[in-house]
Design a protein around this ligand. Structure first.
Ligand SMILES: [Zn+2]
Length: 271
């Protein structure tokens, strides 16, 4: 958390307010959050840069700035971004703030402190190994057939591998495998072509729904930039529904640990 739909929600909400804005400086009280370059160089290079575009790549927010600079933010477990008036008191979990023209700032709040910020000339330094975007044309049945059958990996951990496909995390992997009627511990090279087509459709269906519902707010982990909740959690078929009835058959949802991650599925209708 946050995964592709949650990061996309941040990007869509923040973009109109940030395009064309000038970053006047950065304030940071926890240097480890600035992953690249070192904090002194980071502060110097980001000063007076203008935001030309804001896009998402996998689970990263990618801010194209002028002068060939790219600011990249990964929210990891608990990161949150919001634009606030400089006069508003700063939450103690905000460790990096980007000062904007117009007496506002972009605040990066991160309770768990796993989130990271990068400033690079070449975005491939950070993003270069990522797999395809699951909602792009590149992520086709043919691509998935070749890349699943060419591996002998267990499905669920493979879907979480950002260098295989970018953007899927624990929630949407479980939901996608339910949609595809596939057990999470199936081997990638055991799938038929029609099962693979179902997996492609399942992944795209749950991610698209997640974007439409503006992400999943579970516990206090994810909130939209304005602090309000997303609604994807109301559409979960398996995630967090341990021991509850399957929405498709008479089975019950089970929870196992697979690849170190809590994994939810129906062992009657997922084969
Ligand atoms: Zn079922």
């Amino acid at each position: 958390m946050p995964e592709l739909p949650e990061v996309e929600t941040f990007v869509r909400a923040l973009r109109p307010a940030l395009l064309g804005r000038t970053i006047q400086g950065v304030r940071n009280d926890w240097p480890a959050q600035l992953a690249k370059p070192d904090p002194d160089e980071f502060e110097r290079r980001i000063q007076l840069r203008t935001v030309e575009s804001l896009e998402r790549r996998g689970k990263y927010l990618v801010f194209k700035l002028d002068e060939n600079e790219t600011l990249i933010i990964h929210l990891k477990m608990s990161g949150h971004l919001s634009i606030e008036n400089v006069s508003k008191s700063v939450d103690k979990h905000v460790h990096t703030s980007f000062l904007l023209n117009g007496k506002e700032e972009l605040r990066f709040r991160d309770i768990r402190k796993f989130g990271r910020v990068y400033l690079v000339n070449n975005p491939d330094e950070v993003l270069g190994d990522l797999g395809p975007e699951p909602l792009s044309d590149e992520f086709s049945d043919q691509w998935l057939i070749e890349n699943l059958l060419g591996r002998k990996r267990i499905l669920k951990p493979l879907l979480l591998d950002q260098n295989f496909i970018a953007g899927i995390g624990n929630i949407y992997a479980d939901e996608a495998l339910f949609q595809a009627k596939l057990k999470p511990d199936r081997r990638s090279n055991s799938l038929s072509n029609s099962e693979i087509q179902g997996l492609r459709q399942g992944i795209q269906k749950v991610l698209s729904l997640g974007i439409k519902e503006e992400g999943a707010s579970i516990d206090t982990i994810y909130r939209k930039p304005d602090g309000s909740m997303g609604f994807m959690q109301d559409s979960f078929a398996v995630y967090g529904r341990t021991d509850m009835g399957c929405l498709r058959c008479s089975g019950k949802i089970k929870k196992i640990i697979l690849g170190g991650r809590g994994t939810h599925f129906c062992d009657q209708c997922q084969l």
